[in-house]
Ligand binder design. Structure first.
Ligand SMILES: [Zn+2]
Length: 411
């Protein structure tokens, strides 16, 4: 069997991504929501590509397209990503993983080469959650972890998910049959653009993901005393914003001190009744804390809160802290990681390891089977933006590495 031509695969991936990227609800920007006419058109195109690749095509009740290449045994390697987008999206986030899966499966299917396990390429329709308020519906259904309460979620026009499924020509009652049997689903692997700048910074096309980061949101509210900006002396103030400002810099300093293990961000700062001549009496902020290690994240959150209590006391401020989100880390399987690393090295890369700071379908799929992810360098680390870009050369290397992984993995 001939070795894959990475350059040619990259050119094909690029053309496919551009073709898929032209399917949008709006003429001048990419918007492709779950269970919309654009989802239908994208799924039809994916199905067409899968059939051309000699895969058997089916769809489940949420419109997830599956392309199957049978193996000699009952187990299957699942390869997937998503074809829905955020509003004003780039073309690569999601489609690259689906297209890489099709091109890799085609390598075996067109040659009539059966492996010990089957290949299933999955094109999920709801990763971003841009139509209904929750994410990952498609992959949760496939993982057998779809919560039926989601069917009552409504989109911006008041249409429920249940109604949208019917309008798409599917039946919500068929949802349970979307789930894989645990004995069949041996592993899930996803190729995705990095959505960050690390690979570019390290001059590498590909990287192996060790974990999808866990996340904590801490809502912090400082209560001081509002006062006149001209008359209250500096030493008699209880300035809630000064306490919040110290907290922003504290988050930055403490996260920097972890040497990359934890990232912390204050993206929201609210100053009710803000005015130029008023000492702020009440300020709320949201701190987003992420890490590839739950232990490191919990330790960080504990130490961070202790520092905030201390600074509030020093500043004579009241403070409340509430965790509004607590998502555990999704670890990638060590044996699958090692297999991907070998495959990346076979393409000439260093196989550097990195944590995914963003969420992915793998979080849902980890409830079904071991998972792994291969990241592809994207220009400037930019994503969720029309400027999103991965080069044909890098995408070709990703497909070649995926083929190599499939050839060598033991399931
Ligand atoms: Zn994505």
């Amino acid at each position: 069997m001939t070795a894959p031509d990475a350059a040619a695969l990259g050119q094909r991936a690029d053309l496919m991504i551009r073709t898929l990227g032209s399917i949008s609800a709006e003429p001048n920007r990419l918007v492709r929501g779950f269970l919309t006419p654009e989802h239908r058109a994208a799924a039809d195109l994916i199905g067409q590509w899968m059939r051309a690749a000699k895969l058997q095509v089916s769809e489940d009740a949420l419109g997830t397209v599956r392309g199957h290449w049978p193996g000699t045994g009952p187990k299957r390697l699942l390869i997937g990503s998503h074809i829905d987008t955020v509003i004003e999206a780039g073309m690569f986030d999601g489609p690259l993983g689906v297209i890489a899966g099709i091109l890799a499966a085609e390598h075996f299917a067109k040659a009539g080469r059966k492996l010990g396990f089957g290949l299933d390429v999955l094109a999920f329709g709801d990763e971003e959650g841009s139509r209904f308020s929750k994410t990952l519906s498609s992959s949760l259904a496939v993982a057998g972890a779809f919560d039926a309460e989601r069917l009552d979620l409504a989109d911006a026009n008041g249409m429920t998910l249940r109604e949208a499924i019917a309008a798409y020509g599917k039946n919500a009652d068929d949802l349970p049959s979307a789930a894989y049997d645990r004995d069949v689903a041996a592993a899930y692997v996803e190729v995705h653009i990095e959505q960050g700048p690390v690979l570019e910074h390290r001059n590498q096309a590909l990287g192996v993901v060790t974990a999808i980061a866990g996340q904590t949101y801490v809502n912090v509210e400082f209560l001081g005393e509002a006062g006149h900006a001209g008359t209250v002396p500096m030493l008699l103030r209880r300035d809630a914003l000064a306490g919040a400002a110290e907290t922003v810099l504290l988050a930055e300093r403490m996260a920097r001190d972890t040497q990359g293990e934890v990232v912390a961000t204050v993206g929201v700062l609210r100053i009710p009744n803000a005015a130029g001549n008023v000492v702020p009496g009440n300020v709320a902020l949201i701190v987003d804390i992420r890490s590839g290690s739950d232990e490191a994240r919990h330790k960080f959150v504990g130490a961070f809160k202790a520092e905030i209590r201390a600074l509030a006391e020093r500043r004579h401020l009241g403070v409340t802290m509430t965790d509004t989100r607590n998502v555990p880390t999704t670890p990638c399987d060590p044996a699958l990681q090692a297999g991907l690393a070998d495959a990346v090295r076979a393409t000439g890369g260093d196989a550097i390891k990195l944590v995914s700071g963003a969420g992915h379908d793998g979080m849902a799929m980890a409830r079904l089977c071991p998972i792994a992810m291969l990241f592809v360098r994207c220009r400037g680390g930019i994503s969720h933006n029309p400027a999103e870009y991965a080069s044909p050369v890098d995408m070709g290397l990703a497909v070649a590495a995926l083929i190599r992984f499939i050839e060598t993995v033991k399931l």
